[in-house]
Design a protein around this ligand. Structure first.
Ligand SMILES: Nc1ncnc2c1ncn2[C@@H]1O[C@H](COP(=O)(O)OP(=O)(O)OP(=O)(O)O)[C@@H](O)[C@H]1O
Ligand SMILES: [Mg+2]
Length: 458
């Protein structure tokens, strides 16, 4: 809408001189300025979607800047508002921030400083635009369950998955940890005629053999010590639906045999039972091991292998489908915004570049964790910066390698501890200059003020 026109900025300041000055410096750069010396009039004639940003003074007769800010945000919640003030107390900054100010600038200021802030606010708008575009792209995608992505590598796999979802055959999904094997298995179930029946996953590597057998096939009362009543196995629980054998490479040899029988005859024996039980269950398998290698090494029955791997789907690692990263990141931001009640809207270009360049050994699960932690720590900002994210990732790596790290208190205690020392060091490095510190941390100055208050740093 604004693209064909000049970028319009609304300026509200009772001082005529300041309006003229802003008109001069911003007008020179091709911005179109609409200036009001009367805040009441300015608010009255405000139209949402018309201006790209608002600059308002705080101390004005008739209506103060905080009120102006609140009224404008009420009409156009997305618009960035830059507040200028003669005395930037922490209290005032926080009040402005709470009311939704994007940034705060203290008078007197250099024209260059004003320009930087304006550029920053407008750039922020563009980023949000970009993130809106990504969200639209996610919504416009041909859906396959919750699976997000547009890389040819992923779409290829999904194409096959969609085709075989409705055919009642076993499928083996391979891929590194965190590549979405379970997610795809679940989507296959949801795209089949079994979708209204249970989808159940069992991790074949997590249980000792005897327990695993009883979990899968169930048992009769008295089948072994401790079996004090009849128990249905997951095969029965999943009747009519789908059972995912996760980490199928870890299946003990005896269980492999019983499973093969089930795949051939659709029946099995509960432990301690002499007559077979029949159920209608589709079997899917997932593994991050090389099943063929396991088979050659004699640890996996070849007859079972050929039964299970009628169709094979290989989930590509995230580092081989980097074009999916922006979509996934935005998807996870939305997801955790909902969960935490945060309002993060975008990722800074440098932060996004970093996400794209990183190798992701833990694949999509790792990306999801990084976004989750970033929102948990810096959720009151609206934009994720490179520094906030990168430090977190470093911290994650350090705490993994630091074997003598002593865990004390909760996760949020640990985060607060980290944040506190981060901001102490940051302010020291910036010699106490909040504006410089905000720039160094790529943080909105208002956010920094909030942290200073939260941790009582001055
Ligand atoms: N394409 C995707 N779109 C959205 N979320 C995804 C995608 N792929 C994976 N995820 C998410 O990443 C996390 C890991 O996925 P999942 O559990 O399916 O991986 P996996 O391959 O089964 O891992 P593992 O081998 O460790 O069991 C889950 O939270 C899942 O929802
Ligand atoms: Mg899994």
């Amino acid at each position: 809408m604004t693209t064909a026109y000049k970028t319009e900025i609304l300026v509200i300041d009772d001082e005529h001189g300041l309006c003229t000055m802003l008109e001069a410096i911003l007008g020179d750069l091709g911005y179109q300025i609409e200036a009001f010396t009367d805040p009441v009039k300015a608010v009255k004639s405000f139209e949402p979607d018309r201006y790209s940003m608002v600059i308002t003074d705080i101390k004005m007769p008739g209506m103060n800047g905080i009120e102006v800010l609140q009224k404008i945000k009420g009409l156009d919640p997305e618009i960035p508002v830059l507040v200028i003030t003669g005395y930037a107390t922490v209290e005032l900054s926080i009040q402005a921030l709470r009311s939704g100010a994007f940034d705060i600038l203290t008078k007197p200021f250099e024209p260059e400083e004003m320009l930087n802030r304006v550029r920053n606010a407008l750039r922020h708008n563009e980023l949000e635009e970009e993130n809106r575009r990504l969200r639209k792209e996610i919504r416009g995608q041909e859906q396959f369950g919750e699976v997000v992505g547009k890389s040819p590598e992923l779409l290829n796999v999904l194409d096959t998955a969609r085709k075989i979802a409705g055919r009642d055959i076993p499928v083996t999904i391979t891929g590194e940890s965190g590549t979405g094997k379970e997610l795809v298995a679940n989507a296959i179930h949801n795209y089949s005629k079994r979708k209204d029946k249970p989808f159940i996953a069992i991790n074949c590597g997590a249980l000792p053999e005897a327990l695993l057998e009883s979990e899968l096939f169930g048992h009769r009362k008295g089948a072994f010590t401790g079996a004090d009543q009849d128990k249905r196995g997951l095969l029965e629980v999943a009747d009519g639906g789908t059972l995912l054998l996760d980490e199928v490479g870890n299946l003990p040899v005896d269980v492999q045999k019983a499973l093969l029988r089930f795949l051939q005859e659709q029946e099995f024996y509960r432990l301690g039972e002499t007559s077979p039980t029949r159920v209608d269950v589709r079997i899917l398998a997932a593994t991050n091991a090389d099943l063929k290698e396991e088979m050659i090494a004699g640890r996996f029955r070849d007859d079972l292998y050929y039964r299970l791997a009628v169709v094979k789907l290989n989930m590509p690692p995230l580092r081989k489908r980097k074009t999916d990263i922006p979509l996934l990141a935005v998807q996870f931001i939305d997801q955790f915004n909902k969960e935490f009640g945060t309002k993060v809207k975008s990722i800074s270009p440098r932060a996004m570049e970093y996400l794209i360049s990183y190798d992701w050994p833990g694949n999509i699960r790792e990306l999801r964790n990084v976004i989750e932690a970033t929102l948990a720590i810096g959720g009151e900002t609206t934009q994720i910066s490179l520094e906030s994210m990168q430090r977190l990732m470093d911290v994650e790596e350090q705490s993994v390698s630091a074997e003598n790290y002593v865990i004390e208190g909760s996760y949020s205690d640990a985060l607060a501890h980290f944040e506190h020392s981060y901001f102490v060091k940051l302010l020291a490095k910036a010699s106490g200059n909040v504006e410089v510190a905000a720039q160094m941390a790529e943080l909105n100055i208002a956010t920094l003020y909030r942290k200073i208050k939260k941790y009582n740093l001055r």
